[in-house]
Design a protein around this ligand. Structure first.
Ligand code: 4NP
Length: 155
């Protein structure tokens, strides 16, 4: 069965769409078939493409995020996906509190799959351009770690 992953951040215009695009590219490169989406806990940007600063930072590394559109997390997501991967601890706490008690997904902090000390992907929205590159560095490491985890599980 295809493993399904939903990345979750606050606005779904910076961190989680970047994680979606990076994991999609890296999983394809490894020949892995995954179903990947992203969503926000907030609804301010529903229907919007990713932040233009994130689109630009990602395209420099070969990831196209321009086709993505923001959406808000729904109750059905807690049953439809195998993994809900939170970008920071607040996102994870929010998911644990809004999710139904009989949810069937695993709610995890994304960077816990990376080998590093950083557990949270910082919100780059109010910062400068270097914040977006830093977020992509963390996401690329997290994506490799998460794919290693899936490969280990399937052995
Ligand atoms: P994201 O960043 O959660 O990584 O998409 C944000 C985008 C927008 C807002 C906050 C964070 N906002 O408050 O509009």
């Amino acid at each position: 069965m295809t493993t399904s992953i939903l990345f979750v951040c606050l606005g779904n215009i910076c961190r989680s769409p970047a994680a979606e695009g990076v994991l999609r590219a890296k999983s394809r490169a490894r020949g892995m078939k995954l179903f990947i989406e992203s969503a926000g806990t907030g609804a301010w940007h529903v229907g919007d493409p990713p932040d233009v600063r994130m689109i630009k930072a990602a395209v420099q590394r070969g990831y196209d995020l321009s086709y993505l559109r923001a959406r808000k997390i729904e109750q059905s997501d807690f049953y439809a996906f195998d993994y809900l991967l939170a970008m920071d601890l607040t996102n994870q706490t929010d998911l644990l509190s809004i999710g139904p008690p009989d949810r069937t997904c695993d709610i995890r902090l994304f960077l816990d799959f990376a080998e590093g000390e950083t557990r949270e992907t910082p919100d780059p929205y109010s910062g400068g351009a270097d914040g977006f590159a830093h977020v992509l560095d963390l996401i690329e490491k997290g994506a490799e770690g998460f794919l290693d985890h899936l490969e280990d599980e399937s052995e």
